[in-house]
Design a protein around this ligand. Structure first.
Ligand code: GTP
Length: 499
């Protein structure tokens, strides 16, 4: 609150001193104006210090922009007080007035996203510097030498300054409308208030100046700075908290922001081409080129991210369809693949076979050697089954417990029997000792069901058939396979075999 009263006192002092001296540009009123400006820098800097990490840079840029104005006005005051004959101070003031644009441009056009690449920031910085250089060239060429006395040149400078000032404020307002977090809205609110009032005041001041400044005119310049103090010190208005733009609005505004920077450089290049052709052409082409580069960069990052998302989706799908113990397909994956294979068989009028495999006397194995040994046995069996399958597109899955299933696409019952034989042999070769089993080693029993080309079945029915055949293999002594009774398409009878 003290800061606000101090600013009000300084405003009154400025008016009083200007009235007393009768000239807006006398040293004493200008010093009062400088004090108001310094207070604005202080207020923005305090916000910078109190802000979270991501918001520090924008507030720092605002403090810098305001500080540039302090130096610029300070240099002018010094030049007037010292009666700067050499013109160095006046030249320095022109440099400072051009430099003011860099932090302003930067703070309203950058996305400030935490994950944004440094290259983008460098490109934006180069573009902002180009604006400053072009402005400097323009101001020095038009406001010094023979052109300086021509009112037409001065109006060109005024219009150009208006165009830049109002573009900056329009951009700040747009960013305010697009900011989804309250803290960002608050920053852009402060920036909009300052930039818009500053643009309006500068437009009025420059035009009044053409006809001689009245004593009160300098106080106009205090207004945008006094408002920065007011906004930075007081509680933000309620609507700022209540307002919430949609994600679509916010994203559109953020992606639209960079083109403003390019537009300002191109606009400046066109205006300055009549006073300095080569730098203008260079700046204009660079702006367009940089915009293209930015787009290419965003596109490539987008593609990279898409690739990463695709990869993690694929990994996730793999994990979802895997049995966590054995690493082979789980029941869900089996169902999906079985439906696909059966459908493919129906379309191409080919045979498809399913093997249901169950470890023999597994309960006894668990009971005698424990569950951990049981788990290890399941892993070994799963591994042997999957490495013995016939083709890469056959599916080996853990059906549940100690039961496995193998889906064989485009496979007749006869070929499926060969596979079953091979699997029984492969498990036998493992020679996993089973203390409570007649053969002394782990063995498996297999039930085979086949979808005939002419009699299609659904996935539940074929699994059921294979399960019944497995039950028969168990009841007929285990360590063998049996064919389903109902599905015997290629004229084979129920066959059984001892492994
Ligand atoms: N270690 C371990 N055991 C399991 C797992 N899933 C199921 N089992 C066990 O597997 C055994 C299956 O027993 P049963 O269904 O009676 O079959 P079996 O003893 O193999 O007898 P047959 O199939 O008739 O030869 C049960 O003791 C289950 O606890 C598992 O993930 N790990």
């Amino acid at each position: 609150m003290f800061a606000i009263w101090l600013v009000v006192l300084l405003l009154i002092a400025h008016l009083g001193l200007a009235k007393w001296s009768g000239h807006a540009e006398d040293t004493l009123p200008q010093l009062a104006m400088l004090a108001v400006m310094v207070m604005a820098v202080w207020a923005a800097f305090m916000r910078y210090r109190r802000s979270p990490a991501l918001l520090r840079l924008p507030w720092l840029l605002m403090s810098l922009a305001l500080a540039m104005q302090v130096f610029w006005v300070g240099t002018n005051v010094l030049a007037a007080t010292l009666g700067d004959k050499s013109g160095y101070l006046a030249a320095l003031a022109t440099v400072l007035s051009s430099l003011y644009v860099i932090p302003c441009m930067f703070m309203v056009t950058r996305s400030f996203a935490a994950d944004e690449a440094r290259t983008m920031a460098v490109l934006d910085l180069v573009l902002s510097c180009m604006v400053a250089v072009q402005l400097y060239l323009f101001f020095t060429k038009l406001l010094s030498g023979p052109l300086a006395s021509d009112p037409a040149s001065i109006y060109v400078v005024i219009y150009l300054a208006d165009a830049i000032d109002f573009s900056l404020s329009a951009m700040a307002i747009l960013r305010l409308l697009g900011a989804r977090s309250f803290r960002w809205r608050y920053f852009y609110y402060a920036a909009s208030v300052h930039l818009l009032v500053n643009a309006t005041v500068a437009a009025i001041y420059n035009r009044i100046e053409m006809h001689g400044l009245p004593w009160w005119a300098g106080s106009l310049i205090d207004i945008p700075h006094a408002l920065v103090v007011l906004v930075a010190v007081r509680q933000p208005p309620r609507w700022l908290r209540a307002y919430h733009p949609s994600l679509a609005v916010s994203q559109t505004i953020t992606s639209f922001a960079p083109i403003i920077m390019t537009m300002v450089v191109v606009m400046l290049s066109i205006s300055t081409s009549r006073v300095s052709l080569a730098p203008s052409l260079l700046a204009g082409s660079a702006a367009v080129l940089f915009y293209g580069l930015r787009m290419a960069f965003i596109q490539s990052r987008h593609l990279d991210r898409q690739r990463a998302v695709d990869l993690s989706t694929w990994r996730l799908e793999q994990q979802v369809g895997r049995d966590p113990l054995t690493g082979i397909a789980n029941r869900a994956m089996l169902d999906t693949r079985l439906r696909e294979v059966l459908e493919e068989g129906r379309r191409t009028a080919s045979y498809c076979s399913v093997l249901m495999i169950d470890i023999d006397f597994f309960k006894q194995y668990n009971d005698s050697l424990g569950h951990i040994a049981g788990d290890a046995c399941l892993v070994q069996v799963a591994c042997a089954l999957s490495s013995s399958r016939v083709r890469a597109n056959d599916v080996v899955a853990r059906y549940g417990g100690e039961e496995f299933a193998v889906v064989l696409a485009d496979t007749t019952a006869e070929a499926a029997q060969d596979v079953a034989c091979r699997l029984i042999e492969a498990i036998g070769r493992l020679q996993i000792v089973h203390p409570n089993c007649p053969s002394g080693y782990i063995t498996v029993s297999i039930g085979i069901a086949t979808q005939a080309a002419q009699t299609p079945v659904d996935s539940v029915a074929i699994l059921d058939e294979a399960d019944r055949a497995l039950y028969r293999a168990k009841s007929q002594g285990r360590n063998r396979y049996e064919l389903a009774l109902h599905v015997m398409p290629d004229g084979l009878d129920s066959v059984h075999m001892n492994g």
